[in-house]
Design a protein around this ligand. Structure first.
Ligand SMILES: [Zn+2]
Length: 202
């Protein structure tokens, strides 16, 4: 069988991007969690487009190392989202990783993060936040287009998007330890949005 994989990229519009940055800062150094809405990639248009985000308020575990949505609140919210799917298509989720100093492992999707991915077509965004180092980071997409980074206010941000790896039949793959395999998706942001973020860099 011929294996043909379409790697979807994730296009982030300006408003949801700024909303995710604000959500992560509001609860820093704790982690935030939220849902991502927009258009799912398809064979004809292989990119996810994020048009809206919703920061989750009802969290049971909300620490510097873990964030878990309240079960009752989650059940109610997903039932509602299913009902309004045509109005607001749910395509993924985001959460922040926070640390006083930056470690490259933070950009990774943890095994726990992969477990929360209920649908193989979904993707998860990790927004790594830490206090700004002395050097301001200009906003740009790095690491083979898989990491958006930049400084804003007193913080540095690194945003990555992760999806489960699927085989030719569409089944999700596991590694030797039985954990879901994940991969980083390319990120796209409009040049005018990067310019606006860089103008806000002070
Ligand atoms: Zn995580």
């Amino acid at each position: 069988m011929e294996v043909r994989m379409t790697v979807s990229s994730v296009y982030i519009e300006r408003e949801p991007l700024v909303a995710m940055l604000c959500a992560a800062i509001e609860v820093y150094p704790r982690e935030c969690l939220g849902l991502v809405f927009g258009r799912k990639s398809s064979r004809r248009a292989p990119r996810h487009v994020i048009t809206n985000v919703l920061n989750c308020a009802a969290l049971t575990r909300h620490t510097t190392a873990e964030v878990v949505q309240s079960k009752r609140a989650g059940k109610r919210l997903y039932a509602f989202i299913d009902a309004v799917e045509r109005l607001l298509p749910y395509i993924g989720f985001y959460h922040s990783h926070t640390e006083k100093t930056l470690r490259w492992q933070q950009f990774g999707f943890s095994h726990q993060d992969a477990l929360t991915m209920s649908d193989a077509d979904q993707f998860g965004i990790v927004l790594t936040v830490h206090p700004r180092t002395s050097r301001r980071l200009r906003w740009c997409v790095r690491s083979s287009h898989t990491r958006l980074r930049g400084s804003l206010g007193a913080f540095d941000f690194h945003l990555t998007a992760h999806a489960l790896v699927r085989d030719a039949e569409g089944n999700c793959e596991k590694d030797d330890e039985g954990n879901w395999k994940t991969r980083r998706l390319p990120i796209e942001v409009a040049p005018q949005v990067l310019r606006a973020l860089n103008r806000a860099l002070v």
